[in-house]
Design a binder for this molecule. Structure first.
Ligand code: RAT
Ligand code: ZN
Length: 414
């Protein structure tokens, strides 16, 4: 009786975490106005690069055979290897099934052609709204590349923006492939030179200003290899120090660094072929110390870096850490990392982002992450209760809003 009239702390926390709408701060999703660039539906779910890597392990066929198939044939192949010939118990496979369940689609017959039929009635626009509602996501940050020939025309032409989609200006080609990118910038009318001489750095700042305005970007971002060091006299660091950071100070744009990816360790797997290695937290600390007027956002890919990165965030209030990225986005690791972060940083962290590439994935990624966050939070509030400090529901709502994107919004606010 009393349990019914007075929900337990754990029940309240679960309910608040389930019902608080998320700002998903890093995804690879597109506003539905991007048309054919929008990924959604069962074939895109099954050909997610996390699943491609897993399916390759189940077959001895040459990689070219897979890459020569069209998308629905690739999906058939992955379904066969990962869902029919063995049970789909990996996190990425489970994600497909959670998504179907949340969409109200019965997958128990294991019949892919029937599953496909469920997606036929949607358009990208109506489907986007449907998924945002199922996932309870209020805002999605995209990853936007002005250097991409498919994406750029949409920005140049202009479009009516979906109210839930915001942009982040992604700068990997600028920072990591400068010589090639310099040629591109030159072609677009910026007076830049490969050796960074003359007007180059001012022109890069002008380029950044133009694109931040065009996209109304929330922040700028890059994914860096584990070898990145600061300070060190490299082209990447000069562009960072003399173009991106001054631009960031002038335009109130935080700079996000996702560090630790080793691109293409197995080129045969194409975009599924990236790996990781531990990165250098002291470099992040040195950057935060050298540029106290810039705001930095950081996540690292190696589990080994997580503790030191929490400590770095304790030392620098201009550093906000986020997400259990890619190979860390598994329940056991999310729980461990989230608990540690909350113990070291309280509410001053964004525990999760989705990194979705397929619209439907918003449903599973948040449905898998929320109960873990609720579990860790319940434990922490219960420890507080033991001291005599009882949190109210309103306080829990305030805290959860902060963790699910509200704190991040406040951090990047101009
Ligand atoms: O998680 C991913 O999907 C990766 O392929 C990367 O895109 C990574 O998240 C990144 O932003 O570089
Ligand atoms: Zn990403």
């Amino acid at each position: 009786m009393s349990a019914q009239s007075h929900p337990t702390l754990c029940q309240v926390v679960n309910e608040v975490v389930e019902t608080t709408s998320v700002f998903d701060i890093h995804t690879h999703l597109f506003d539905p106005a991007f048309g054919s660039l929008v990924s959604w539906g069962i074939d895109d779910l099954l050909t997610y690069h996390y699943l491609i890597a897993e399916a390759f392990r189940c077959s001895t066929e040459p990689a070219e055979v897979f890459w020569s198939l069209d998308k629905s044939q690739q999906a058939d192949w992955i379904w066969q290897h990962l869902f029919l010939e063995r049970s789909p118990i990996s996190e990425a496979c489970r994600g497909v099934l959670t998504t179907l369940r949340l969409l109200g689609i019965d997958a128990r017959k294991r019949d892919l052609p029937t599953l496909r039929k469920h997606f036929a009635k949607w358009t990208p626009e109506s489907y986007t709204d449907h998924i945002l509602q199922i996932a309870n996501v209020r805002k999605v940050c995209m990853t936007n590349l002005p250097f991409d020939d498919q994406e750029r025309p949409y920005w140049e032409k202009g479009f009516t923006r979906h109210p839930s989609f915001v942009a982040a200006l992604r700068l990997d080609p600028l920072l990591l492939e400068w010589e090639k990118t310099a040629g591109q910038l030159h072609g677009w009318g910026y007076d830049v030179r490969a050796d960074l001489s003359g007007q180059t750095l001012g022109e890069v700042r002008r380029f950044l200003g133009d694109w931040a305005l065009k996209m109304d970007s929330q922040y700028c971002m890059v994914s860096l290899p584990p070898e990145w060091r600061f300070p060190e006299n490299t082209v990447t660091n000069r562009l960072l120090q003399e173009a991106i950071l001054p631009f960031g100070r002038d335009h109130g744009q935080a700079f996000a660094m996702m560090i630790g990816v080793r691109r293409g360790v197995n080129p045969e797997l194409r975009m599924a072929g990236d790996s990781l290695a531990p990165a250098d937290v002291p470099s992040v600390e040195a950057l935060c110390a050298a540029y106290p007027k810039n705001k930095f956002i950081c996540t690292m890919l190696a589990r080994e870096n997580q503790h030191a990165l929490c400590v770095a965030a304790r030392k620098f209030r201009n550093l906000h850490i986020f997400g259990c990225w890619w190979f860390l986005n598994n329940p056991s690791l999310i729980e461990e990392i989230t608990r540690m972060r909350i113990e070291l940083l309280g509410l001053g962290v964004t525990p999760q982002h989705s990194d979705c590439r397929v619209m439907d994935q918003l449903a599973y990624k948040w449905s898998h992450s929320r109960p873990i966050l609720a579990k860790v939070l319940s434990e922490k509030y219960s420890d507080l209760s033991d001291t005599g400090w009882h949190v109210t529901r309103a306080e829990i709502e305030r805290d959860v809003h902060q963790l699910l994107g509200g704190g991040f919004e406040a951090f990047i606010k101009h």
